[in-house]
Design a protein around this ligand. Structure first.
Ligand SMILES: [Fe+2]
Ligand SMILES: [Fe+2]
Length: 471
């Protein structure tokens, strides 16, 4: 393990200085990255922000906190510590030593997997770029920027792999990652959910809860990869990702908490006029973000994903904790399907059903958030509850893409859907209302009326700390 060299132009723990060609290639990508950050990154001008910066990968002290101008953030390349004896845990190469180089036969597939993951990282920065203008507090503004710089670092993580292991094609892909933009008409981001806007902070909290969580599961499968540099890269990214989950989970907590408080104090469900977000609107945002995030897992069955697994490129969530043969060629799984027009299940081979396996892990995790938000409502003495909509609701990918279903899972005709969808998905009126609440609060220790303050500050600092100095 090399000691991270933090003084270098590109901080890293991959001995970049020993590979002049690679170092030069990455140093010539760096200004393009900075130009992208300046033109597509956060729009709110700031002097500096109290940020966490990754400086090491050890169990202790992997990050340092301090006020830094965002442009000078040290985006570095960090891979988790190597396990020299690591062996492949699944698939056809199970038991063989993990690969330090890309096998020629899997080059195209691995590159594709890395590009798809890499594409989501800068996409979310682009989606969130205008949120600073309406931050509900300096604490939240700081968390937004923390997520943004780390997604920028995740782009670096993927670009490092492309440059280090995929030659000229890798370098071209690295350029393309800066060229595609979220929502662009001619060069959009690869995945649908990453071309949606994040126009307000309720969307931001829902995005970091539901869509960043999809990222967590994708990284979890890549962490199992036989290609060791990819595995170690993703392992370290997951460490940072935990904070993004925290921002989403506690963000929605605090929205629900504030709404519940206003409901109880005024003995009414109709809190819009009182400056809080009504529960039905929160439910609609939840419905939207959950359903588009389910689509990110792809179809119920996939031969590509089966091949990735057998080849050792991408494993399952918590692969090594699974009690089976890790080959799966004689196992089966029940997956969602549309049978004679009805929502049903069908049995397929476990290998082709791997997307379903991962989506199920994700759904169980999402249910945990709903449980905690309902506990907040319960604690406030309210009978109202939030719920995850049925998996067939609002899907554009997979078995249910061709039908419309209510959140309860009843199949609807196109006409019924058109008539009723405004009850379940945010309408223009809902969005306009939520946006009307989004007025910036930049005063230390103050917070917007629609959101409860956090229980704790960041890194032991109080809530009223000067997390951000505006320009
Ligand atoms: Fe990320
Ligand atoms: Fe993230």
């Amino acid at each position: 393990m090399t000691t991270p060299d933090y003084a270098e132009k590109i901080p890293n723990n991959v001995s970049l200085a020993d590979d002049r060609r690679l170092q030069r290639a990455l140093e010539s990508w760096q200004p393009n990255f900075l130009t992208w950050w300046e033109t597509m990154g956060p729009t709110l001008p700031t002097q500096d922000v109290y940020l966490r910066t990754a400086v090491n990968v050890g169990r202790e002290g992997w990050a340092q906190f301090g006020h830094v101008p965002m442009r000078d953030y040290r985006w570095g390349i960090f891979l988790a510590e190597p396990d020299p004896g690591r062996r492949i845990a699944f698939g056809r190469h199970k038991g063989e030593p993990a690969w330090q180089q890309v096998p020629g036969e899997y080059r195209a597939e691995l590159r594709r997997l890395i590009v798809i993951q890499g594409d989501t990282e800068p996409a979310s920065v682009e989606q969130q770029r205008n949120l600073g203008a309406t931050a509900p507090s300096l604490y939240d503004l700081r968390n937004l920027f923390q997520v943004n710089v780390e997604e920028g670092r995740h782009l670096w993580a993927m670009v490092y792999l492309l440059h280090a292991h995929f030659g000229r094609e890798g370098r071209e892909e690295a350029e393309e990652l800066l060229h595609r933009n979220s929502g662009s008409a001619d060069a959009p981001r690869i995945l649908g959910a990453f071309n949606e806007e994040t126009p307000d902070w309720l969307s931001f909290f829902m995005f970091t809860y539901f869509t960043d969580r999809d990222g967590k599961y994708q990284l979890g499968t890549l962490k199992e990869s036989a290609f060791d540099p990819l595995s170690r890269t993703c392992e370290f990214m997951l460490k940072e990702e935990a904070h993004h989950m925290f921002v989403g989970t506690t963000g929605v907590d605090r929205v629900v908490e504030r709404t519940a408080q206003v409901m109880v104090e005024n003995d009414t469900d109709d809190v819009a006029a009182l400056g809080a977000i009504p529960l039905p609107v929160i439910q609609k945002y939840l419905n939207f973000h959950y359903s588009v995030s389910l689509d990110l897992f792809g179809g119920e069955t996939s031969t590509n994903v089966a091949n990735y697994y057998t080849a050792g490129l991408k494993g399952r969530w918590m692969e090594e904790r699974r009690k089976d043969d890790h080959l799966l060629d004689s196992d089966s799984i029940m997956v969602d399907a549309l049978l004679d027009g009805d929502i049903a299940q069908t049995e397929v081979s476990a290998l082709t059903g791997l997307n379903t396996d991962l989506r199920r892990e994700y759904i169980a995790d999402c249910a945990g958030g709903v449980k905690r938000w309902n506990r907040i409502l319960d604690g406030a003495g309210l009978p109202h509850r939030l719920a995850l909509p049925h998996q067939a609701f609002n899907r554009k990918v997979g078995a249910f893409a061709g039908i419309e279903a209510s959140p309860a899972g009843e199949i609807l005709t196109a006409a019924e859907w058109e008539q009723r969808k405004s009850q379940w998905l945010p309408t223009d009126t809902d969005k306009t209302f939520v946006r009307s609440l989004m007025r910036p609060v930049y005063e230390r220790g103050k917070i917007a009326a629609w959101l409860a303050p956090p229980r704790n500050g960041i890194n032991g600092q109080p809530f009223d700390y000067d997390y951000v100095h505006l320009a």
